[in-house]
Design a protein around this ligand. Structure first.
Ligand code: DAH
Length: 339
């Protein structure tokens, strides 16, 4: 028994010499001091000894255990001190004066153009309104005087939810309705935001795009007010005085409805952007249909208003000469870096 104890002691000490880290130490603790370890085994052997031997070896085993525990603790403290020293040495080697070139991010073209458009309209007294992208059939169509048999309601254009009552808004005109319900005239708002349509993607179409909606309601609002606001907007956005051209257009939520073209900001004699016509189709607009005002709780015998809608994606593509809509939504760093 005596020699067994001695050889365990020697083994433990030589194992300890090879310890490099806390994991190594834990392996050794389990091997010797664990519940099924070498010392536990030794203790069970004591049972089979004579009473005299028990008296000698019992205390010797206890002594061995206490010695191991002490050595284990000392080694642990040593490892900890070594770790701290390493951390301190690393911290001392950290050079706060080293400067590495930073990779600079940039804003998305949508963000730039939205900020610019908001600034232009705010300078004319418009507020920026917001609305949900998940809408009801009524807010997207019915309240805007779009009858049940209008092609825009066909499933092919609209992302419906399975209940066929809710949808992803197909235009930002929904915000007209929300704002009319929440505010009393005079109201002047714009709403830049996302619109979604279930259509195939190509260089100029995507199922998700940005629109901007505008609306002004007060007493005696006319087409002249609409044109003055739109001219100011487009002149500022493209940085030059542009002629506008007004054509009749049909949108169920306005009467009369207009299509508004601007003189091409990039040429005087025709270019690829304006398809050599010198005009660019930019907006749908008109005087808000009395049914729409009524649907949203505004009396059309007292108030009138104008509304307009334009593709913000299209405006961004024109302004920044982007030829493929898919680039805008690609998240490609080489594309974004240019802004
Ligand atoms: N909502 C129309 C669309 O998505 C755009 C539009 C046309 C908005 C005429 C208007 C408007 O407010 O008066 O194509």
């Amino acid at each position: 028994m005596h020699s067994t104890i001695e050889s365990i002691r020697n083994n433990f000490r030589s194992d300890l010499i090879n310890v490099n880290n806390h994991q190594d130490l834990e392996v050794i603790r389990v091997k010797y001091l664990g519940r099924q370890g070498i010392l536990a085994d030794l203790m069970t052997q004591l049972k089979d000894l004579s009473a005299d031997d028990k008296k000698t070896f019992g205390p010797a085993c206890n002594q061995l255990k206490a010695e191991f525990q002490e050595l284990h603790q000392q080694t642990q403290a040593l490892l900890f001190a070594r770790e701290q020293e390493l951390i301190a040495r690393k911290a001392a080697a950290f050079d706060v004066t080293i400067s590495k070139p930073l990779q600079q991010g940039s804003l998305h073209p949508y963000t730039y153009i939205t900020q610019e458009i908001e600034d232009i309209f705010m300078s004319m007294g418009f507020a920026v309104a917001d609305g949900p992208e998940l809408e009801t059939d009524y807010n997207n169509f019915g309240a805007l005087n779009i009858p049940a048999d209008h092609p825009a309601r066909a499933e092919s254009d609209t992302f419906w939810l399975p209940d066929m009552q809710r949808l992803l808004r197909t235009h930002t005109s929904t915000v007209q309705i929300k704002t009319m319900r929440e505010q009393t005239p005079p109201i002047a708002i714009i709403c830049p935001g996302r619109a979604l349509r279930n259509e195939a993607t190509d260089a100029s179409h995507d199922f998700m795009f940005m629109q901007i909606e505008g609306m002004l309601i007060d007493k005696n609002i006319s087409i002249a007010n609409l044109l003055a606001v739109l001219k100011e907007f487009l002149d500022k956005l493209f940085g030059k005085s542009l002629q506008l051209r007004v054509r009749p257009g049909f949108f169920p939520f306005v009467e009369p409805g207009l299509e508004i073209d601007a003189q091409c900001p990039f040429c005087t004699t025709g270019c690829s952007t304006c398809k050599h016509t010198c005009w660019i189709e930019l907006l749908g607009a008109g005087l808000i249909h009395p049914n729409v005002l009524r649907n949203a709780g505004i009396d059309p015998t007292i108030y009138s208003g104008f509304a307009f809608g334009s593709g913000l994606t299209r405006l961004a593509m024109l302004k920044y000469h982007i030829t493929d809509i898919r680039l805008i939504h690609s998240g490609k760093i080489e594309f974004l870096e240019q802004f």
